[in-house]
Design a protein around this ligand. Structure first.
Ligand code: SAH
Length: 358
């Protein structure tokens, strides 16, 4: 990969920090090119990489192996780490963080410990423009895309807080990842190559944006794709996901089939269960018909309550009946009981609020 300069050449000893790209997210090659551009020997690139990704340094001024004088010169070059603004632990050990970004915006991240795993649920946007009817994030509107450093930072923050290596990352926090494809792809590359998480341990979840699933397939990644389907037909899908209107379910599933053909990876379909809306046995049968012959897996997510709407979570018998129909139709299925409910950290509950303070 060609090493693009991270900063415009600095002529004055005091860099203009407003034009600087944060260093977090950069590869060893990029960091090496940058230190050389600063008149430093190439091996300092590897040192810098180690301090950013493994020692969690937040300011170049703190890198003790660097010459004092140079440290003072580049002290204002941003590394791109956030501040923990709020932290809440749910009884099941799930930790929700509100992270404050350089411009003051807040995003939410969730750390989910299970057995030997530590999964991080990362946000890709501040807010979300998709406005799914059942999701708290969409109710708060949309502010902006996150940069690659702001996505990677969430993983490092959870890793440092738990003092445990993150094993899995799911792009299922606030925002629609495929509306921020460039930064999401850059973050995936960094998490894989610089943080050291296997591609198969990364999952990108999308509600479906025309042509973007195909675009992702053409990257030939080994990441898992999760598609938030939530309904077996277009009419019902549009009712709960208004943004699905211009992108018929047939077109979405055609792109999903192409994804499977190109990558050889099966797709995980997420299906929220809303009592009396999309959870009837006939919906399960219709879903099974749609997915017949498809290399896929259905992940049922019983609805987690949010304030603004009065959907209900189906009871266990209804959920089990839905599972039974899918199994009878030979569809691979599992139920995801979200964790972190008590900290407002479960699927769909992410918003930039602190439960204890309203
Ligand atoms: N925009 C992406 C990433 C968000 S992932 C996407 O839609 O896939 C968050 C997952 O939680 C999605 O499957 C979403 O549909 C689901 N979800 C949203 N609100 C929920 C709620 N109230 N209860 C349960 N799941 C919810």
């Amino acid at each position: 990969m060609s090493a693009t300069p991270l900063v415009s050449p600095v002529n004055s000893p005091i860099p203009d920090t407003t034009t600087l790209t944060p260093l977090l997210g950069a590869s060893v090659a990029e960091l090496t090119a940058w230190v050389q551009q600063q008149g430093q020997p190439a091996y300092r690139g590897k040192q810098l990489h180690d301090w950013i990704y493994h020692k969690g340094v937040r300011s170049l001024a703190d890198i003790s192996v660097f010459p004092k004088q140079w440290r003072a010169t580049v002290a204002d070059v941003p590394i791109g780490r956030s501040q923990i603004h709020y932290r809440a632990v749910a009884p099941d050990g799930t930790v929700k963080y509100l992270l404050q970004l350089a411009d003051g915006q807040i995003v939410e991240t969730v750390g989910i410990p299970t057995d030997k795993r530590l999964t991080v649920c990362v946000s890709t946007q501040v807010g979300c423009p998709m406005a799914c009817d059942f999701c708290a994030t969409g109710k708060g509107g949309y502010k902006r895309n996150l940069g690659r450093h702001e996505i990677v930072d969430q993983v490092l923050t959870v890793q440092e807080d738990f003092q445990q290596r993150v094993s899995h990352v799911v792009f299922m926090g606030m925002g629609e990842p495929l509306l921020n494809t460039e930064n999401v792809l850059a973050a995936i590359k960094c998490l894989n190559q610089d943080v050291g998480i296997g591609q198969r341990s990364l999952t990108v979840s999308t509600v479906g944006i025309r042509d973007r699933i195909r675009q992702l397939a053409e990257e030939h990644l080994q990441v898992t794709l999760a598609v938030s389907l939530h309904a077996p037909n277009q009419a019902l899908r549009e009712q709960i996901i208004p943004s699905a209107h211009p992108y018929p379910i047939e077109d979405l599933l055609t792109e999903c089939r192409e994804y499977v053909a190109i990558t050889g990876r099966r797709i995980s379909f997420e299906y929220i269960l809303l009592a009396g809306v999309n959870d009837l046995p006939e919906h399960a049968l219709e879903l099974a018909k749609r997915l017949r012959g498809f290399q896929s897996h259905v992940n049922l997510i019983p609805y987690n309550p949010i304030q603004e709407v009065d959907y209900k979570r189906p009871n266990r018998d209804r959920i089990q009946a839905f599972v039974t129909v899918l199994k009878q139709q030979n569809i691979a299925v599992s139920v995801r009981y979200s964790r972190g409910l008590e900290a407002d950290a479960a699927c769909g509950q992410l918003r930039t609020s602190q439960k204890s303070q309203g």
